[in-house]
Design a protein around this ligand. Sequence first.
Ligand SMILES: [Zn+2]
Length: 466
Amino acid sequence: MTTPDLIVRGLRVLTSEVKEPGPSAIHISHGVIMAISKFDEVPPGIPIFNAGDSVVMPGLVDTHVHINEPGRTGWEGFTTATRAAAAGGVTTLIEMPLNSIPATTSARGLREKLAAAEGKLWVDVGFWGGVVPGNLSELKPLWEAGVFGFKCFLVPSGVDEFPHVSESDLHVALPELVKLRAPLLAHAELLRPIERAAAAAKNPPTQYATWLASRPREAEDEAITLLLRLAGEHNARIHIVHLSSASALPLLRQAKAELAAISVETCPHYLAFSAEEIPDRGTEFKSAPPIRERENREQLWAALQEGLIDFVVSDHSPCPPEMKQQDTGNFLDAWGGIASLQLSLPAVWTSARQRGYSVWNIAEWMCRGPACLAHLEKHKGDIAIGLDADLIVWNPDATFRVEPPLLHHQHKLTPYGGRELAGVVEATFLRGRRIYDAGSARFGGSATRGEFLSGPIGSALKRDTP
Ligand SMILES: [Zn+2]
């Protein structure tokens, strides 16, 4: 039997086999978990990392991250984003196709992104491609070049390089995605309800209620109705990103009962905040779709518990602070996006534990669930033999205050600023190497430790398709 090169052990290890963390030792060889034994069953002479009472859990998989490089590197970049990920316990992230220039809507765009990311990855990174009007001929080349699936918008995305699609565009694109067996990820809001709401808007733009009223639940509900119909017509695999509207939940419940190929995510900000608590001029809370009322938030929590919402990912979408219009406090002019990649775990955990959820729920929602969307479940998102040794050691009982010096995002503005959160990441391991150590506040190794996750392009992972 191979000798492990590292053992990570602790009293509260959360493997896929158990609902409660317990004493265990994880044996790692060449970055892969080769065995899981009782705490004391370790061969002599092997380096051991002792996690003590802290929880050892799979590294988080965040399938919804906007890094913006190349082209808008002043908003965020691969170095800052992947360091923030490592410090936040995220060991795998899949990057969204928009906000960079070029957008990842062609194989050339993907090549430019890979070139921009070269040598800057502290964690493993993969890429989504984009469906935009007229790029049908690029979908197969993008898929063959290693994207994990395709994202589209049903409303203007906020950037000119990534126009939104109409229903007729999707009737063209979906048969191709079905042929490729690639999932479609959709920003589900429709324009017509938003235009109706704009015509009725009266309140000043510095009030959060104005932004909320401008993006009504119907915009999401009608878009989801359309997407579910298209999924049925084309037998397509469709994933709804960043669900905010709880009134879409009955539609999704019925569709999931009838169609296996529908999945749904929500984000930490929809679970942590409510519209009632957002102050006037608090534009750091602006996202699209918006954070809704408290009663809506509690329905999202119930849907997570039910398994109707499959998982939670950050939708980290930062911008330079001046684009958040903090000086004017104008919600309608501010960039719609929330910075939270590093804070995803404590943000969700702080709210989850208040509602009686366990660290096992966190692993389901933030590790195993998103790994399945990207078909990475044989490599990522769990502690089991044969999977990558992507591990985090964290203390769910410790708390910290979110202060700018702690944050490794390029820009420090976040709605979590100044808040006390529970859940401190103490160490992060990527394929058996310690890439972050909170004790010394240090990143280990170098920015070349992360790998590109993809199919044929220079990757250790092969996508699981025929
Ligand atoms: Zn997004």
